[in-house]
Design a binder for this molecule. Sequence first.
Ligand SMILES: Nc1ncnc2c1ncn2[C@@H]1O[C@H](COP(=O)(O)OP(=O)(O)O)[C@@H](O)[C@H]1O
Ligand SMILES: [Mg+2]
Length: 313
Amino acid sequence: MELVNKTGSSETNKKNIWAVQSGKGGVGKTFVTSSLALTLSKLQYSVLVIDLDLSGANIHTALGLNPSHLNLRHYLEGQKDISQIIIPTSYPKLSYIQGIWDSWLPFNFNEFDEQKFFTDLRALDFDYILIDFGVGSFEKYFNLYLECDEKILVSSPEPTSIEKNYRFIESYICQNLKSKSTPEAFAKLISTLREFRHKTLDKPFSFKTYLKENEGLTLEPFNKLNREPIKLILNGIRSHSVSDLGYSIKSVCNKYYGLHIEYVGFLEFDNSVWQSIKNREPVLISQPFTPVAGQFLNICKNLTEPENLRAVV
Ligand SMILES: Nc1ncnc2c1ncn2[C@@H]1O[C@H](COP(=O)(O)OP(=O)(O)O)[C@@H](O)[C@H]1O
Ligand SMILES: [Mg+2]
């Protein structure tokens, strides 16, 4: 399949790599990643899902698969090529890379060569590659997240999750600015942000204004974040009126960070989700007509169709 890149030109080698992240654990990243992957594969796209939760892999559980001995560690430690650790699943057009589940020997994150990782991924022949991230504001995780073509952020409707997602977004902006700023200018930015948090600034903080007015920083990396907006998914909604929270998060990001994010859809809280996980069969397979299946379809359409055709909420 030929993919169209963000500038509108087609590039057969360009892959659509989607990252799924959240500020807080347990809000449904793994459920969302595995279900988006299943939905895309049902739409006849070839999909690779990668478990990059280095604190404990469980995509295989969400997909109802047995963990594979062959896993990401074999690639990261240089024993295998990436193509040698791809495992086909029983679901048509869906393959996966088992995360590190032999975690009694933690992988040294500093040794993660992100450039090689993305070069290797982009050479693979899949329409979509989805990455389930572990939670945590690690520099490496931000660098990997930044490199992905689609940056998905999952939030539950609860304040604990929303608050942690704001912290995640702030770190994401700063991490992006760090490599493109002088160390002095970046240190000054961080101390200004601290003043803002302590409410000792005499005017509201705006990244845009600050970047324009201060030496040693450039606006372009921030503009790039706006051109490639984070895609927000609300998961575990118990009442449809709560789905409006997505609009509120979007407008808070606009107001306080000057950052444009897109709210691409919500997913209901559905008891059949955890029951299916317990029964080791994904809910989209055991109950293909559950409302959540339609909600995933809606989100996938929003993410795969060109921007002018999207029904972005
Ligand atoms: N929409 C939902 N409805 C009901 N239960 C859900 C839903 N999303 C997630 N869950 C439950 O929450 C648990 C944690 O989700 P998980 O995807 O493992 O979170 P994370 O990867 O963010 O830590 C799942 O095992 C599942 O039982
Ligand atoms: Mg997870």
